[in-house]
Ligand binder design. Structure first.
Ligand code: HEC
Length: 158
């Protein structure tokens, strides 16, 4: 290959590469805050899980539990520490959320509505215990009494 052609190719290559690198950096620059993940993902899944359970749509309930697990994994990975407290976030999650989610999974697999409702209370308690531990006790979570997701049919398809 002629030298000139090589230089042109090299320049094009590095241009492309720098484009990719800066795009990659941009994609990685956005890290949702813990409040954002909580408000937009965790709180939403917590509501949907309740209505999926009440409709005995067990497949949907199972899905929402998985999404909650993923959401909490994301919280722990992206925000392992908090300014106000010394305890690590993944430790708080493991201590307050893991067992209720596992219990819920069992209730869902057994299609046990009564057990589901009990385990859901335990999950909600876990949310609040962690909020208190994280210096955020004014943020109290409760069992939802109204479904804001009116565009979703929680009933099982017949
Ligand atoms: C690691 C412990 C921890 C657990 C477990 C936890 N949270 Fe949170 N949550 C936080 C912290 C910390 C904040 C405050 C984030 C901030 O500083 O902005 C928060 C904030 C929130 C908010 C406020 C977000 C907003 O914008 O209004 C909601 C809603 C919320 N959590 C819901 C839940 C629900 C529902 C659960 C249980 C299914 C839960 N959280 C479990 C730590 C936790």
């Amino acid at each position: 290959m002629k030298n000139q052609a090589c230089i042109v190719l090299l320049a094009a290559g590095s241009f492309l590469l720098s484009g990719c690198v800066s795009q990659y950096a941009e994609l990685n620059a956005y890290v949702p805050g813990i409040g954002e993940i909580m408000g937009q993902q965790i709180a939403m899944r917590h509501i949907k899980l309740w209505y999926a359970g009440m409709a005995q749509n067990w497949a949907l309930a199972e899905y929402e539990i998985k999404e909650l697990e993923e959401g909490f994994d994301e919280v722990g990975e992206r925000h392992p520490t908090l300014e106000r407290i010394t305890e690590r976030v993944p430790v708080l999650i493991a201590g307050n959320i893991q067992k209720p989610l596992e219990d819920l999974e069992r209730a869902v697999n057994a299609h046990d509505l009564t057990q589901f409702a009990q385990d859901y209370q335990a999950l909600t308690k876990g949310c609040n215990t962690c909020h208190r531990a994280a210096g955020f006790k004014m943020n109290r979570i409760k069992q939802p009494d109204f479904n804001p997701y009116s565009n979703q049919d929680f009933q099982i398809e017949n």
